[in-house]
Design a protein around this ligand. Structure first.
Ligand SMILES: NC(=O)c1ccc[n+]([C@@H]2O[C@H](COP(=O)([O-])OP(=O)(O)OC[C@H]3O[C@@H](n4cnc5c(N)ncnc54)[C@H](O)[C@@H]3O)[C@@H](O)[C@H]2O)c1
Length: 271
């Protein structure tokens, strides 16, 4: 059921790679709630062509390539989006993450720093880059809303999350620091949403992911939040109903983050 929560709003969605992507579900939901959107991803991801299917179902949304590590690409994305919308954007979703160390199975104690540098650039510094360019270009409307997706490994140790944990800690810090600056300038809100483990291309790259996801399921009183649940939550954050929420890391995890232990986990331990 749609509530028209985003009627008249215009947004940019980063990171829809395929139907499993959390950003894919968020794009669909934003469109369903009345928003107009622009889709973007790295040129290499766009070559797979899947995003065109999503663009069609979202009112023939433009697809604009942008590598999040390139200032020129991002400037072009913001310029073209403003042209397309005929004005500023109201919301931005940052749903981007990548670790070559994870892909190559490099342990946290034996990182390749060229890869680590890339991880931080793509997964965290890119958030600052998008915000800084938007700030300088005055690309976001007053009371606009920006959300980035993160994971609880920023606060607690999940050994196989590797250097992505450090990247997420930086990402969440950028949301706070830039949240202050952008609120003062233009009342723009910036938050991170800390999502349950979710079966996606990036998610499945984490070693032992299946064990990990079922542990989280048992440790969450409501169970794991799905990508669709995340999409619903993000819609509320892009809407005018959450105007005074900014600089927060918001857990969207079925209660996992505040649970010490559950009956299911104790039962498992007693087997
Ligand atoms: N899946 C999970 O368990 C989970 C849990 C919490 C948070 N998250 C976060 O959600 C976000 C989305 O991930 P997902 O799980 O939907 O996986 P996904 O693989 O579908 O999305 C990751 C996206 O990042 C894009 N990307 C990578 N390098 C890029 C670059 N240089 N420029 C532009 N885009 C680039 C990829 O093309 C892809 O679309 C990530 O920030 C991830 O860390 C995922």
């Amino acid at each position: 059921m749609a509530y028209n929560l985003l009627k008249g709003k215009k947004g940019i969605i980063f990171g829809a790679l395929n139907e499993q992507s959390i950003a894919w579900k968020i794009a669909e939901k934003c469109y369903e709630e009345g928003a107009q959107i622009v889709l973007t991803n790295a040129p290499i991801a766009l070559r797979m062509g899947e995003i065109n299917k999503l663009a069609e179902t979202c009112g023939n949304a433009p697809v604009i390539p942008a590598d999040v590590t390139s200032n020129d690409d991002l400037k072009n994305l913001l310029t073209k989006s403003i042209e397309h919308f005929g004005g500023q954007v109201d919301f931005i979703l940052h749903s981007v993450g990548m670790s070559m160390n994870m892909r190559k199975n490099n342990h946290y104690t034996a990182l390749n720093y060229d890869f680590t540098h890339k991880t931080f650039d793509i997964s965290a510094m890119s958030f600052h880059r998008v915000l800084q360019l938007a700030y300088q270009m005055d690309a976001i409307s007053e009371w606009g809303s920006v959300v980035a997706l993160t994971y609880i490994a920023a606060q607690r140790v999940f050994p196989d999350y590797n250097e992505m944990a450090d990247a997420k800690a930086l990402l969440e810090s950028v949301a706070r620091s830039f949240g202050y600056q952008y609120a003062k300038k233009n009342k723009v809100r910036i938050n991170t949403v800390s999502q349950s483990p979710t079966r996606t291309t990036a998610g499945s790259g984490v070693k032992g992911f299946e064990g990990f996801i079922s542990f989280a399921e048992k440790m969450s009183p409501l169970g794991n939040a799905t990508a669709e649940d995340c999409a619903n939550y993000c819609v509320t954050l892009f809407s005018d109903l959450t105007k005074m929420v900014t600089m927060q890391n918001l857990f969207h995890d079925g209660g996992f983050s505040f649970t010490g232990v559950t009956a299911e986990v104790i039962e498992q331990m007693e087997k």
